[in-house]
Design a protein around this ligand. Structure first.
Ligand code: LP5
Ligand code: MN
Length: 248
């Protein structure tokens, strides 16, 4: 059977045991609409928090294994699945990739198609005005910190993650929307060093299409929408243009 030329991009679903609506929307999407695509790219924050791949074997949170298994069924049905890390699920690892059948991609990732060039990113690395976050990010993305953290018992990691979610929410109350958005100069540099490809990212939860002019070259930047309990969104490349599709 010929591979579908459709490519879907989603991000920021923030799935958790406490989000039954979004979980059901996503599982229905995987069993239905997603199967019309040749490839599905998940640009980070599929999960609200990922404390390590051993959460797949935790009988108290069967959701995580259920999502991995549903992704595996999608890949078995012929849709390739690729994932980038987000700031909530940067610990997604090889065990998750094996179980889900998805491939973990580096951020940024150049998606080079015969007809177009995209650069894919979660987007958090572009928010350089948020210096507190960038310091935090540098720490938790370091291999030393990650191996120490992953050596802790799962329950302890889950408790640390919950504490950090609270700290993050209170830190955000002190920050402006502009500070938490992508930095314009950083973004222009990023577009320049990625060959002026069309950028698709998530993270900011401010869905839009932006026009950048970098070195006299027009570059589009598409920001994906986050999912809620009632509604999701997928950006579809149909071979000619990007189109936003509401889920369901
Ligand atoms: O996520 P969100 O939308 O609330 O805000 C993000 C930035 N915050 C984060 C932190 C995550 O929310 C924490 C949850 C991660 C779960 C992962 C589980 C497994 C690993 C657990 C250990 C990491 O990403 C927020 C940005 C915002 O996006 C907009 O871009 O502003 O940044 C912050 O809130 C960071 C704070 O400003 C500074 C950090 C305070 C915590 C300091 C503790 C340091 C010690 C860490 C090691 C245990
Ligand atoms: Mn994010």
């Amino acid at each position: 059977m010929a591979v579908s030329p459709l490519i879907f991009f989603i991000s920021d679903l923030h799935l958790a045991p406490t989000t039954p609506g979004a979980n059901a929307l996503f599982l229905d999407f995987l069993a239905g609409h997603a199967r019309s695509a040749g490839q599905l790219f998940i640009l980070g924050d599929l999960f609200d928090a990922w404390p390590g791949d051993d959460v797949l074997d935790d009988p108290t949170t069967p959701l995580f294994a259920a999502i991995a298994d549903a992704l595996r069924k999608l890949t078995a049905a012929g849709t390739g699945v690729s994932l980038l890390h987000g700031n909530r699920d940067f610990l997604l690892g090889e065990a998750f990739a094996r179980r889900s059948g998805g491939r973990l991609l580096p951020d940024p990732y150049i998606l080079s198609l015969p007809s177009w060039q995209f650069v894919l990113s979660h987007g958090d690395a572009l928010c350089t005005g948020d210096q507190d976050y960038q310091r935090f990010r540098a720490l938790v993305r370091s291999t030393g910190w990650q191996s120490d953290f992953l050596a802790l018992p799962l329950a302890e990691r889950q408790a640390i993650a919950a504490g950090l979610r609270e700290k993050s929410a209170s830190a955000k109350r002190e920050k402006t929307v502009e500070l938490m958005d992508v930095d314009p100069l950083t973004t222009d540099d990023f577009l320049r060093s990625n060959g002026y490809a069309t950028l698709i990212h998530g993270h900011t939860h401010r869905p839009a299409r932006h026009d950048h002019v970098v070195d006299g070259i027009h570059v589009e930047r598409w920001v994906l929408a986050d999912w809620s309990e009632k509604r999701g969104e997928c950006l579809c490349w149909n071979g000619e243009r990007l189109v936003r599709q509401s889920i369901p």
